[in-house]
Design a protein around this ligand. Structure first.
Ligand code: AMP
Length: 502
C-alpha cells in the first residue's frame, strides 16, 4: 500500500466528485473532484520544475484554496511542505530559506522582489508568487499543467512536512514530520472526535500551523466533509456560519472573542455538535462561561508542532475543566521527574510522549534531536503536567517558563490562576526576571478587567500574600492593556521579559 498521506486521505473522499470540499466566503464551492484535479496540477508543476521527492517547498502565503492545493500537490509529488507564517520578517525568512534550502519558494505578490533577493542569496533556484485571491505566477503555471497526476509512492517514513516551531523561546527549529506521523494523528483524531456523515467544519485557523493545516484540514478530508474555508477568524461572521457548520476548532482567544458577541446564544450554536480548543491554555472562566451561554462544553486537547495531538478530553463522558484529557490511542504520554523516572498521579513533572505521530527530529540538528529524546524514544515536550487520579492530564506550564527564585521552583500557572481569581483582573502572565539576590524575581504582568480601574500592584501583592507561599508572591506587578500573543494565541513571555527586564 502507498504510505503517501494524500493517497490515504483520498481513499476516503466522497464517491461523488461534485461533493463540496471547500465553501468559500463568496459562496463559491470547490468540489472534491476539483481538489483532486487541482492538487494534480500543482504536483505536476513541481515535478516539471525539477523538484524531486524529498525536496522542500517553502510557502509564505495567505490562506487560500490555492495554498491548500499547493500543500496537497507537494504531498502528491513527494515534496516536503514548509509553511511559513506571513508575519515573519525578512531576517527570519532569510534564516528559514538558508536552513531548509527549498527547491521552490512561494511568496506573496507584494514580497516578490524581496523574495527573489533572499532566494538568490540562499541559492533557492525557483520563486513563484501566490496572492490571496488566487493570483500570481504559481497559479498561472499550475493552470498549464494536466489535471491528473499519479501520486508518488511514499514510505511512511518519508518526510511530508517541516514546520518551524513557533519560536516563543529561542531559535526556531524545523520539526520533521513524516507521512506516517501525519496519517497516524489524522485518523486517530477523526475517530476520537466522532467525525460522521453530515459534518461540516468551520475552518477559520491559519494554515501555516499544525492546528489549521493538519488537525483541522485532515479531519475534514478524512471524513470527505465540506469545510467553510475562511481566510481568517472574525467572531461575528463565525457565529453566522455556525448555523451551517457542525464542528469548530479554535484557539482560546477565539472563544474569548466569541463570548464578547451578544449573538452567542444557545440558539445561535444549536446546529453545532463540537467545539474544540487548544494550542494555548484555556482559562477556566472561558470554559465555564461558554457552557453557561451556549449549553455546549468545550473540548480541550493538547499537542504541539512536534507530533500533532497527544491528549484530548473525550467526546462522550466528562470533559474536565482545567485538563487536556487522556492520552490519545496510539500515543503514550508520561509525566516524569528529573531523572526521567515516571511519577505517580498527582505529582508534577515533565511531559514526555511516544507514538507514531511523534516527529522524527529537528531538521539538521542531530544533537538537539538526541537531547530531546530519551533512550526509550520518548520526546521531551518541555511542558510540565500532572495526571489526576482518573487519568486526566493537566498542563502546569512550560519547562522553560519555570521560575527559579532563591532556589525554589515557581510554576507561573499557579500564580496566574491566583491573580486571575482576584476581582478586577482580566488576565495575567507571570515571568521571571533577573534579580541579584534571588536569581529570578517573580514578576506579574496584569490586564485589568471590568471594574478594575482601582486595582493596584500593592493590593494584588497584599491579596496574594494571604493565599500563596511568600516566595511565590510577585516582587513586582506591572499593568498592560493587552498581553502580547502570537498568531496561535500564546502569550509571548519572551517579549514581556524584554519589556520589563530593564
Ligand atoms: P505549537 O507547537 O505552536 O502548537 O505549541 C505547542 C505548545 O502549546 C505546547 O507545547 C503547549 O505548551 C501549548 N499548548 C498546546 N495546547 C495546549 C493546551 N490545551 N493547554 C495548554 N497549553 C497548550
Amino acid at each position: 500500500m502507498n504510505g503517501n498521506l494524500y493517497d490515504l486521505l483520498a481513499a476516503r473522499f466522497p464517491a461523488d466528485p461534485v461533493a463540496p470540499c471547500l465553501i468559500l466566503p463568496d459562496g463559491r464551492k470547490v468540489s472534491y473532484g476539483e481538489l483532486e484535479s487541482q492538487s494534480a496540477r500543482y504536483g505536476a508543476l513541481l515535478k516539471e520544475a525539477g523538484l524531486k521527492p524529498g525536496d522542500r517547498v517553502a510557502a509564505q502565503v495567505e490562506k487560500s484554496p490555492e495554498a491548500l492545493y499547493l500543500y496537497l500537490g507537494c504531498l502528491r509529488a513527494g515534496c516536503v511542505f514548509l509553511p511559513l507564517n506571513p508575519a515573519y520578517q525578512r531576517g527570519e525568512v532569510e534564516y528559514f530559506l538558508d536552513d531548509a534550502k527549498p527547491g521552490l519558494f512561494v511568496c506573496r505578490p507584494e514580497k516578490l522582489e524581496e523574495a527573489q533577493e533572499l532566494a538568490w542569496a540562499a541559492r533557492v533556484p525557483l520563486v513563484h508568487d501566490l496572492g490571496e485571491r488566487g493570483d500570481g505566477s504559481l497559479v498561472a503555471a499550475a493552470a498549464e499543467m494536466p489535471d491528473s497526476f499519479a501520486t508518488v509512492q511514499s514510505a511512511g517514513s518519508d518526510l511530508a512536512a517541516i514546520l518551524y516551531t513557533s519560536g516563543t523561546t529561542g531559535r526556531s527549529k524545523g520539526a520533521m514530520l513524516t507521512h506516517r506521523n501525519l496519517a497516524a494523528n489524522a485518523f486517530v483524531l477523526h475517530r476520537y472526535w466522532g467525525f460522521r456523515p453530515g459534518d461540516v467544519l468551520l475552518h477559520v485557523l491559519p494554515i501555516f500551523h499544525v492546528h489549521g493545516l493538519f488537525v483541522a484540514t485532515h479531519c475534514a478530508l478524512a471524513n470527505g466533509s465540506p469545510m467553510l474555508f475562511e481566510p481568517k477568524f472574525d467572531a461575528r461572521r463565525a457565529l453566522r456560519l455556525m448555523r451551517e457548520a457542525t464542528v469548530f476548532m479554535g484557539v482560546p482567544t477565539y472563544y474569548v472573542r466569541l463570548l464578547q458577541e451578544k449573538g452567542l446564544t444557545r440558539e445561535a450554536v444549536a446546529h453545532m455538535r463540537l467545539f474544540i480548543s487548544g494550542s494555548a491554555p484555556l482559562l477556566p472562566e472561558t470554559f465555564a462561561e461558554f457552557r453557561e451561554r451556549t449549553g455546549q462544553t468545550l473540548l480541550e486537547r493538547y499537542g504541539m508542532t512536534e507530533g500533532g495531538m497527544f491528549t484530548s478530553n473525550p467526546l462522550e463522558g466528562e470533559r474536565r475543566i482545567g485538563t487536556v484529557g487522556f492520552p490519545l490511542p496510539g500515543t503514550e504520554v508520561r509525566v516524569v521527574g528529573d531523572a526521567d523516572q515516571p511519577l505517580p498521579a498527582g505529582e508534577i513533572g515533565q511531559i514526555q510522549v511516544r507514538g507514531d505521530n511523534v516527529f522524527i527530529g529537528y531538521w539538521q540538528m542531530p544533537e538537539k534531536t538526541q537531547e530531546e529524546f530519551t533512550p526509550e524514544g520518548y520526546f521531551r515536550t518541555g511542558d510540565m503536567g500532572r495526571f489526576d487520579a482518573d487519568g486526566y492530564l493537566a498542563i502546569i506550564g512550560r519547562n522553560k517558563d519555570l521560575i527559579i527564585t532563591g532556589g525554589l521552583n515557581v510554576y507561573p500557572k499557579e500564580i496566574e490562576e491566583a491573580i486571575d481569581a482576584l476581582p478586577g483582573v482580566a488576565e495575567s502572565a507571570v515571568i521571571g526576571l533577573p534579580h541579584p539576590d534571588f536569581g529570578e524575581a517573580v514578576t506579574a504582568v496584569v490586564v485589568r478587567g471590568k471594574g478594575g480601574e482601582g486595582v493596584s500592584a500593592e493590593a494584588i501583592i497584599a491579596e496574594l500574600k494571604g493565599r500563596i507561599a511568600g516566595f511565590k508572591v510577585p516582587k513586582a506587578v506591572h499593568f498592560v492593556g493587552d498581553l502580547p500573543r502570537n498568531a496561535m494565541g500564546k502569550v509571548q513571555k519572551n517579549l514581556l521579559r524584554q519589556l520589563f527586564a530593564g
